[in-house]
Design a protein around this ligand. Structure first.
Ligand code: DGT
Ligand code: CA
Ligand code: CA
Ligand code: ZN
Length: 590
């Protein structure tokens, strides 16, 4: 068999539904540039196909063209592309787009103030292909001369680059971009022969907001085929190291992935070491030394006899060190080692403790993508005891609903409730917090909702004083139950609003209003430090998905990890309460 054919056959075996979705997402992103609009017919076609695939839950790699077209949202042309991808490992159209729009150029489209039209104008008029060239053009004041831009836009773009830390070699990748790549590779690696376990480690397992590189640990007895597999995987555009037990590759976006193969009996020691953090490792190693032990990535050993004390699982190593198990999300050496050694770690919230979702959209919201019926079915399927449906209030222009529309929506939700006795559906609303802290509708109408989450969606540039007043006014309103995504940030793309943290935490505590931990990876808002401070102050948390589609309920797990990073115990989180208790708490506010 020729090398070419063997590579092709590897690729055929490798394409999963997750890979197909990733390819369609990239097509949508690059076509947005090509067409200079996210509203273009072609972009919508890819997005509809993605929704359809996610909604269908089917393994699309096993479907014929006709079967693909039968899935809602997939047209003929997209079906052809999916088939080509499954059969050959690539898509002609996608390859052509990649050629036209290299990653360093595409990355510029993520800068606030640079839409696809502006980006292509910059390329056409000034030859800008990457960040260095963009910064040079800004320094020479050339951007402002372009039609439709001007001095203000130029300064705004310069400021965005500065605040987001996009420049320099230490560029870190937002967790939302790293996670799908890691999951995809972990899933593919676990299918391989002779592989008994796979885990992503490093900052990603600790759930850091941004990722330097992805570290994957594989337990296996035969490393070489695993190494070859990684080097030949479609996510690898460049192989930067290909050894016997470690291979490092770069993705198209320039993100490094390190994959290491270890002996199955050393898997615990290896995942523990490569999960870090470095500071956590160093403190643990010291604790081992103090007890006459040696700790490294191969195991915990007796210092004198070299006898293996523990290595197969992380839990056995912590136990042998005389400590409680430390969840990966708090391994930062910020007090967890002392607490675990004293048997004093808080009982951190876990996914199993969550009983409901309290920030949840249907297609009653302009940006919602699934019907109320489908969203409730998804919540039931997830195992929730209750869910607050919180579609946007009227103030959020096209995305919001008028009072009359909301009342009709309530009737529809009541009918769905009749059909779904096993879940309690709360009629809720996501209120928009105006620049002065005002809220949608009037106070009487806001009381029609059983649950209100209030969030900031605009006016990010007000001063810290103004934002503080704005938030506290919303918190103090008796119809508000929780504050959604409090900073409004998009990690790596939009800095959040600035406000006085102490005052806002105090206001939340006094009013007993919930602080949302938003599980969308793009947001993970509130940030871990804010959560930890709020928990110390006795503020109640609500962990929510802010789902706009039935595929987004997985965010609950991410939200739980974010809450853990802020040291949230089960008792700190309102949506771990049984229904009756939860209702009592939420009504006490009125
Ligand atoms: P990143 O990639 O910058 O987002 O952060 P990490 O934590 O993933 O760091 P990385 O990829 O450099 O290393 C992965 C893990 O390996 C790290 O969390 C702990 C461990 N490690 C790396 N270097 C050292 C070291 O010098 N000493 C010890 N004890 N552990 C280390
Ligand atoms: Ca790393
Ligand atoms: Ca690494
Ligand atoms: Zn929302």
């Amino acid at each position: 068999m020729s090398a070419g054919r063997s590579r092709a056959s590897i690729l055929v075996a490798m394409v999963s539904t997750r890979d197909v979705v990733a390819a369609l997402q990239e097509l949508a992103e690059l076509t947005t540039l090509e067409e200079e609009s996210p509203q273009s017919f072609k972009v919508r076609a890819y997005e509809n196909a993605i929704s359809g695939i996610m909604g269908s839950g089917e393994d699309v790699t096993a479907l014929s063209k006709t079967e693909l077209i039968a899935i809602k949202g997939i047209g003929k042309s997209t079906a052809d592309k999916i088939r080509q991808f499954v059969d050959s490992g690539f898509i002609d159209k996608l390859e052509a787009l990649r050629e036209a729009y290299p990653p360093e150029f595409v990355r510029l489209s993520k800068i606030p103030g640079i839409g696809p039209k502006t980006l292509k104008l910059m390329r056409r008029e000034l030859g800008i292909e990457n960040l260095d060239q963009l910064q040079a053009a800004i320094a020479d004041e050339k951007l402002r001369a372009l039609p439709g831009l001007g001095k203000t836009s130029e300064e705004k773009i310069a400021k965005a680059i500065e605040r987001l830390g996009l420049h320099g070699k230490d560029r870190r990748t937002p967790i939302a971009e790293a996670m799908p790549i890691a999951k995809r590779l972990v899933e593919a690696l676990s299918e391989l022969d002779g592989v008994s376990d796979v885990a992503y480690c490093g900052s990603l397992r600790r759930h850091s907001e941004t990722i330097g590189d992805i570290d994957i640990t594989v337990a296996g007895t035969n490393p070489l085929p695993v190494m070859d597999f990684v080097a030949g995987h479609p996510i690898a555009t460049e192989v930067i190291g290909h050894g016997e037990t470690k291979t490092s590759v770069l993705t198209r976006e320039g993100l490094q992935v390190d994959v290491r193969v270890v002996a199955p009996e050393e898997f615990g020691a290896a995942t523990m070491y490569f999960t870090g953090s470095k500071a956590h490792n160093i403190a643990l190693r010291q604790r081992a030394i103090d007890r006459g032990r040696l700790l490294n990535e191969y195991g915990l050993f007796d210092n004198e006899t070299d006898e293996v004390i523990a290595r197969e699982t992380e839990a056995s190593i912590y136990e042998a060190l005389g400590m409680q198990f430390v969840p990966p999300t708090i391994r930062e050496n910020t007090g967890e080692i002392e607490k675990a050694a004293a048997g004093d770690l808080p009982h951190l919230v876990t996914l199993a403790d969550i009983r409901g979702d309290l920030h949840y959209h249907t297609d009653r919201s302009g940006d919602g993508m699934s019907s109320p019926e489908d969203m409730i079915a998804a919540a039931v399927g997830f195992g929730h005891e209750y869910v607050a449906v919180t579609d946007h209030g009227v103030d959020l222009s096209i995305n919001g609903a008028t009072a009359d529309e909301m009342l009709a929506h309530r009737d529809r939700l009541r009918a769905i409730q009749e059909d779904n006795p096993d879940i309690r559906i709360l009629f809720g609303c996501e209120l928009n917090i105006g620049p002065d802290g005002s809220l949608d509708y009037d106070a009487d109408f806001r009381r029609e909702f059983e649950w209100n989450v209030a969030s900031v969606h605009s006016h990010f540039d007000l001063s810290a004083e103004e934002q503080t007043v704005r938030l506290i006014k919303a918190i103090s309103d008796p119809t508000v139950n929780a504050i959604g995504h409090i900073s409004g940030r998009y990690i790596g793309r939009r800095p959040g609003i600035e406000f006085d943290v102490d005052s806002v935490i105090e206001a939340l505590e006094i009013a007993d209003v919930g602080l949302e931990v938003n599980g969308a990876l793009e947001r993970l808002d509130a940030g871990a430090d804010l959560i930890r401070q709020a928990v110390r102050a006795g503020v109640r948390l609500v962990i929510c998905t802010d789902s706009h589609h039935v595929s987004e309920l997985v965010r609950m797990e991410y939200g739980v990890r974010q809450a853990q990073r802020g040291w949230a115990a089960v008792t700190d989180v309102a949506n771990t309460m049984p229904l009756d208790e939860f209702l009592e708490w939420s009504r006490a506010r009125r």
